[in-house]
Write a protein that binds this ligand. Sequence first.
Ligand SMILES: Nc1nc2c(ncn2[C@@H]2O[C@H](COP(=O)(O)OP(=O)(O)OP(=O)(O)O)[C@@H](O)[C@H]2O)c(=O)[nH]1
Ligand SMILES: [Mg+2]
Length: 440
Amino acid sequence: MPQRLSQRAALCCFSLQCEDQGQEQSHPKMPKDIDFLLLGKTGYGKSATGNSILGFKAFSSKANTTSVTIESKKEIAQHQDGRRLLVVDAPGLCDTGGGKEYGEKLFKKAIKEAMLMNPHGYHVFLFTLKCGSRLTAEDLDTISFMKNLFGEDFVRTYCIIIMTYGDTLKRELQENDTTFTDNSFQDWCEEQTGEFQKLRQEVYRRVVLFDNFGSVEEKASQRQNLINMVDEQMLTGRRYTNKKFEKVLQSHLKLLTKDKTLLPVQNAQEEISLLSNEIERIQCEANIDAKISAFEQVAERIKKLLKNIDEEEHKSPALDRWRSIAADKQSYVEKELLSVNQQKELEEKSRRNEELRRVQAMKDEQKKRDEEQREIAEKKRLYEEGLRQVQAMMDEQKKRADELKKERQRQHDEYTRARDESNENKAKSLWERITSWFTW
Ligand SMILES: Nc1nc2c(ncn2[C@@H]2O[C@H](COP(=O)(O)OP(=O)(O)OP(=O)(O)O)[C@@H](O)[C@H]2O)c(=O)[nH]1
Ligand SMILES: [Mg+2]
């Protein structure tokens, strides 16, 4: 068995003898795992509350006039802090199905079953009441009946009151224009008088509101309120056992220890139940790495479970059934792991391709920009080259015009000189040359 379970199995027999001395935990007020038993009148929402605590629909909850739950049922879930929450849903007290006496007889039988289902006892009894209904004489009868069955101290020491139909209270407050806040329920409890207040004092104000139709977040917060209450306010942290049940329990425990076939089966059954819940939770996990890691852990747990079953196989043929269930789970988890890993690979490949595409697009963009820059630079170079050439031409023309001007000035000076010297021929030839400048 996984270590936790085999320790539990060992504790299972040990706890009955030692828990009354508060030795189960080093901090007796904070049970490591919490075992709850749901009690209350038929139709008050025990099964619905059990489902809210577990975080999934384990128990059938319906609007019937007669009892919906007719036998006790056990389910386990793992809380986010790693603790195991065991919830046993019992049939309602004072059932309407076959008269009061018959109902009480049925209930006693169911409680015996519930005790056998969890022979090391319960930490907490959740007594359900319904918000919006008065605490009736029948409810008080139910409490007396429970005290009679479990002992006078039972309510004070082990009960937490769960007020179901929290939605009704929220609606009522809203209708009176009061916003529902964290303190609203405690304020509401304070305002109550009469039998409810007496009962509240008796359980040291351990009353928690449950809206079993609330959102997942609301249910998680209700569950946390309940667990905080168990951690902070439970008076002993011990498990409830009772002389009346002890005989039955002792013989059952003896059977468990003597008949080596029962414990391994019970442990395998519990671990498979936990694994099933964990697999369901993992299915909803959105983060692929978290999903893979959780599946790997589950695969490891199944491997250990199968190993333990193989080691204890000789003890009980009933283990065959659990081995086959565990093997089914193993192949399911392996398939899921394969598929999630493939999905991860595909996602990574597509991410890599996307990255490559992005880098290529960036490179193309840069290339285009470089090309445009080159074109602009070439145009600029050509333009400047053109400008330089025009400037050079203009400079050349100016130079030639200056030279021409100088030559003409020189010829004109020569002509003036020839005329002054009365050198008619030279003057005439020079004048003809001067006038020829303007003929074209
Ligand atoms: N509105 C509302 N309805 C609720 C709430 N909790 C339970 N119910 C309803 O009350 C009815 C009885 O609920 P159950 O969970 O079957 O009650 P139970 O105490 O397990 O009944 P038995 O199994 O017959 O003893 C169902 O129709 C539930 O949907 C709640 O918080 N709000
Ligand atoms: Mg029920």
